[in-house]
Design a binder for this molecule. Structure first.
Ligand SMILES: Cc1ncc(COP(=O)(O)O)c(C=O)c1O
Length: 412
């Protein structure tokens, strides 16, 4: 299948065993891929085969099995590198998830590079994973913490940047590429240009972007970018951080122990080469291998086709929900958002909405989505959220809408 081919979600769905299992006697409509994606057989099989044929600890043994395990792990690193077009393998660090990737930057870069008179900047849309670490590192170092606001359609307000720049030396700008709550696609290239004009580094949370669209760290010009395996059809327990080599080389390690050292004596310890300096302890190498298999699967389908498919589903959902005057949707108009639609039913708590939908086999997330500052900006506590992936089909949107009519009936 070429990357330009439109994807056939009904056929792809057959790769995902989860859809063979009904929920409450109904077919599963899984509309929570922004939270975590389902896993295709190809990934499950790859991990099982690794355990059955190639399992030993990596980077430690000189025997054949250990070498094969190491080759599998390092092969996955090359797949991550190619996926995001990082210049070198030294700049690709495996982490536990994107949260750990972002904390690594906040601690290992932030503690040594921020201080009084400096400013750390995030956005009002950020997931707590890219908000709280910067807020807390700013507090610890005495730096200012500033937030780029959003307009009423949930898009970043660039007119506030000058005021932010006046708060001190802007040293870091941290932003998501795609908002997990509103689906907003942030203009990271524009924000990166501004960050670099200020002499700041640009840190990108690409958790909702890398699985769904082509992301090229060199084209974006960013300094750090993280994503998480479980949202790209891969297993839990793995994530990746890209970091620009000059910055990584100047940074101290984030965690310490085995693997990340070169030489240890009672007086002194020296650090291993990149990327191992930032990979303390036995890594989740089978999970990293599974991530590699997931990358093969997703790129085999084609990221352009996935993006197009999800945008079509988001547009359809917005149209269908737009016909119901008792539903409020949040976020940018179709075309300017990814495959994520947050909404509320008038007078009904989103948890109740999600519970009734569940009884119809429809899985949506009801929460603040780890974006409490955004909820405050929107003047709400929570939303229900439907989100899509390559296996999502229009019939699931039909079932969502039918379920919402039931919600209305129960609470109307
Ligand atoms: C934008 C964004 N950032 C960060 C995260 C955190 O991901 P993880 O829990 O895998 O670290 C998520 C997951 O919900 C997310 O959507």
């Amino acid at each position: 299948m070429s990357s330009r081919t439109r994807l056939d979600a009904h056929t792809l769905r057959r790769d995902f065993p989860i859809f063979e299992h009904p929920v409450h006697g109904k077919p599963l409509s899984y509309l929570d891929s922004a939270s975590s994606s389902q896993k295709p057989r190809q990934v499950l099989d790859a991990m099982r085969e690794f355990y059955e044929t190639s399992y030993a600890n990596v980077h430690r043994g000189v025997y054949d099995l250990a070498e094969r395990a190491t080759a599998g792990y390092e092969g996955a690193r090359e797949k991550v590198r190619a996926l995001i077009n990082a210049p070198s393998l030294a700049e690709v660090i495996f982490t536990r998830n994107v949260t750990q990737a972002l904390n690594l930057v906040a601690y290992a870069w932030g503690l040594d590079n921020l201080g009084p008179g400096d400013v750390a900047v995030v956005t009002e849309l950020e997931h707590h994973a890219n908000f709280v670490p910067w807020q807390q590192i700013a507090k610890r170092t005495g730096a200012e913490f500033r937030v780029i606001g959003i307009d009423d359609s949930g898009e970043l307000r660039f007119d506030g940047l000058d005021e932010i720049a006046q708060a001190g030396n802007v040293k870091v700008v941290a932003a998501s590429l795609v908002s997990n709550t509103l689906g907003t696609i942030n203009p990271i290239d524009r924000l990166t240009a501004w960050a670099h004009e200020q002499g700041a580094i640009m840190v990108v949370d690409a958790a909702q972007a890398v699985p769904h669209r082509r992301v090229d760290v060199q084209a974006l010009g960013v300094d750090f970018l993280g994503f998480t395996s479980h949202k790209i059809c891969g297993p839990t327990g793995a994530g990746a951080l890209y970091g620009r080599r000059e910055l990584l080389e100047r940074m101290s390690p984030f965690e310490m122990g085995g693997e990340m050292i070169r030489k240890v004596s009672i007086e002194e310890t020296t650090w291993n080469d990149l990327p191992y300096k930032f990979e303390a302890g036995t890594p989740a190498f089978v999970e990293a291998y599974g991530l590699g298999a997931a990358i093969d699967y997703v790129t085999g389908v084609g990221l352009e086709a996935i993006e197009e498919h999800e945008q079509a589903l988001a547009t359809l959902t917005l149209e269908r929900l737009g016909e119901l005057d008792w539903i409020t949707t949040y976020g940018p108009p179709p075309g300017r958002r990814a495959g994520i639609v947050s909404f509320n039913v008038d007078g009904v708590h989103p948890h109740d909405v999600a519970q009734i939908l569940d009884s119809e086999g429809v899985a949506v997330r009801a929460s603040h989505h780890c974006t409490q500052p955004l909820m405050r900006r929107l003047g709400i506590q929570a939303t229900a959220r439907a989100s899509f992936y390559l296996y999502s089909i229009p019939e699931e949107i039909d079932r969502l809408v039918a379920g919402l009519h039931r919600v209305r009936k129960v609470f109307g």
